[in-house]
Design a protein around this ligand. Structure first.
Ligand code: SF4
Length: 450
């Protein structure tokens, strides 16, 4: 046991299965001083919109905000790479006193002339909310002058949680939806929502659907294109992964255009197969799609199964801690780790809601710690107490794992290999195996805090 204390105000956001009646507090602003792992509103909006590769992304604020989110999703593009730049208006003291609108106008005009983007997103950060620049008016003026959509993203960091950033991103995207032609769109067509193509996953998933005979109109926002988003209302179905980020947009499209949506996950053999079957079932008046899907699932699983079986015995009984953005990803990770024979001893999320945590409780074994909006001390405490061998998280969790002397798997923005789809499950198993069984941990002192 550790003597690391828990902040009293955070006790309602920590639950240990089997010990106490379930009553999880979530969806709150982070506790001041707790050094939350959670990202700000601006970061939430930036991670969603960043992979739109032919759009200009201009951050209106001090340079630090732009540095914070530069290349935050290493989203791959099959064409333009404008998204890889991190443009900023670099607001200074003088701008804070006299306002930053002129600077914003000038930066937008110069950047649009230089890069000829299909659209521009302008992200408001904390200081813009405080000084009160009329970003909307500047965007309107530039849109009129330059003839492209210039979309304000109302993402002042202090305004709420990362999830409010998702909402701000969806609000901005929704202004593009419905603007493009849809005559050529197939009746068996979908949009993929919440797949960000970090390691090329969007290409693999697109390919599965193509082989099934389903047209993908747009991927929002992996390897994204403005024109695809504009015609996305022509698709027959929205298929939502990363529900925390994109359900807002799916709901708006359902209301305005009547597009139904389903939730899926592409992580793990079970969830990936279910995603394909669920889409095929939606097009039940085309039975050839389901027949093709069965064939694809059989082929893909047969290709990865033998190596997965070879990896599994080494991982049997090892313990994993998971701390990710959305709870939906945690569900898939629990299933994938169980498939590999591992036990999940900690599961947490930055943006889960009550229903998500109830689902987590139902999925987890007795003794598993479930955390909402955690901080480094809490994560360290439970990693030590639960004797985890592996930590799965993102960029901010990596140093915690290494300081604790345990293996780490990046399941977030910084990784370079696809972890979704069938091939992705094999990559995931290989990575988990390599890190958990690495001899390096013999030389790392095991963290004991007393
Ligand atoms: S919290 Fe505010 S200042 Fe910090 S990165 Fe986010 S928007 Fe910028």
């Amino acid at each position: 046991m550790t003597s690391i204390p828990i902040l009293r105000e955070r006790e309602g956001q920590i639950y240990q299965k089997g010990r106490e009646p379930f009553k999880m507090s979530c969806g709150k602003h982070s506790l001041a001083g707790s050094v939350s792992q959670r990202a700000c509103v601006f970061c939430g909006s930036r991670v969603v919109l960043y992979p739109i590769a032919d759009a200009l992304h201009l951050i209106h604020g001090p340079i630090g905000c732009a540095a914070y989110t530069w290349d935050i999703r290493g989203a791959l593009s099959s064409g333009p790479t404008l998204h890889r730049y991190s443009f900023s208006t670099d607001l200074r003291e003088k701008d804070v006193i006299f306002g930053g609108e002129k600077k914003l106008y000038s930066a937008l005009c110069q950047l649009i002339d230089a890069h000829q983007p299909k659209a521009a997103f302008v992200y408001s950060t904390c200081i813009v909310g405080i000084i009160g620049d009329d970003v909307e008016a500047v965007c309107k003026k530039v849109a009129k002058e330059k003839g492209i959509p210039v979309l304000p993203v109302h993402s002042e960091g202090f305004k709420g949680t990362k999830k409010d950033g998702y909402q701000a991103a969806c609000d901005a995207l929704f202004k593009l939806v419905g603007e493009g032609p849809t005559e050529a769109v197939s009746p068996c067509s979908i949009n993929i929502l919440g797949e960000f193509n970090i390691g090329g996953e969007a290409w693999m998933i697109r390919d599965y659907y193509k082989r099934m005979g389903v047209e993908v109109v747009s991927v929002m926002t992996g390897d994204g294109r403005v024109d695809d988003v504009r015609r996305s209302h022509g698709a027959a179905l929205n298929v939502v992964q990363c529900s925390g980020a994109m359900t807002f947009l799916a709901e708006m499209m359902k209301e305005r255009f009547g597009t139904p949506y389903i939730r899926v996950s592409y992580f793990g053999l079970e969830d990936q197969s279910k995603a394909l079957y669920d889409v095929a079932a939606h097009f039940s008046d085309h039975p050839e799609i389901m027949a093709k899907t069965r064939e694809i699932v059989r082929e893909e699983i047969s290709a990865v199964y033998p190596e997965l079986q070879r990896i599994k015995p080494d991982l049997e009984g090892k313990r994993a801690a998971i701390y990710v953005g959305g709870a939906f990803k945690a569900f898939s990770l629990i299933k994938a780790l169980r498939y590999l024979g591992m036990d999940v001893v900690l599961a947490g999320s930055q943006t889960g809601n009550e229903a998500d945590y109830e689902m987590l409780r139902d999925m987890c074994d007795d003794g598993t710690v479930i955390l909402d909006d955690a901080n480094p001390l809490e994560l360290s405490k439970y990693i030590i107490e639960k004797k985890a061998d592996l930590f799965i998280g993102g960029v901010k969790e990596r140093p915690i794992a290494f300081k604790m002397g345990i293996g780490f798997c990046d399941h977030n923005h910084e990784r370079k290999i696809p972890l979704a789809g069938y091939e992705g499950m094999l990559n995931f198993a290989r990575e988990v195996h390599a890190t958990v069984t690495s001899p390096v941990w013999k030389f790392a002192p095991k963290a004991v805090i007393s």
